[in-house]
Unconditional design. Structure first.
Length: 149
């Protein structure tokens, strides 16, 4: 599976149809790993191997890890400057505002919604609190992977 991870950041702009085709390759690899025939059910096999689906593997996992790094000072400054917590911009202190990120309004759905600060903030806000409250990067990655699988 390392070969599949290599360079998968280039798959971020894939359409849903292309992600389905990549998922078929992942399913075939799981079927080969378990020596299952072609007519047997393949859905539980990637879960047993703890392989996330292709879209979660490519886009969501890497984006969430990058947001975690930005929030904890492990990412380049030019990326971290675009990420802002709700607690920093809002005068009212809400209970969950320290965990949420501000999502900038966009005009263009095609370009603006796919920008790093917008897409990353939206994804971060949808993650459960036990994942986002992880103290270190390895713990965060383990919880995130469990959340996606």
């Amino acid at each position: 599976m390392l070969r599949l991870h290599y360079g998968n950041a280039t798959l971020a702009g894939f359409s849903e149809n292309q992600h389905r085709r990549l998922q078929l390759v992942l399913n075939a690899a799981a079927r080969l790993f378990y020596r299952k025939s072609r007519c047997e059910r393949v859905t539980p096999l990637p879960r047993e191997l703890h392989w996330p689906r292709s879209r979660e593997r490519v886009v969501d996992f890497k984006l969430a890890v990058l947001i975690f790094r930005c929030l904890h000072g492990l990412a380049p400054r030019y990326l971290a400057d675009d990420i802002c917590r709700v607690a920093d911009t809002n005068r009212r202190r809400l209970r969950l505002s320290s965990a949420l990120l501000t999502v900038r309004p966009t005009r263009l759905v095609t370009m603006g919604d796919r920008a790093f600060p917008v897409a990353g903030s939206r994804l971060w806000n949808t993650l459960p609190h036990d994942v986002t409250s992880a103290p270190t990067l390895p713990v965060f990655c383990n919880r995130l992977k469990s959340h996606f699988v």
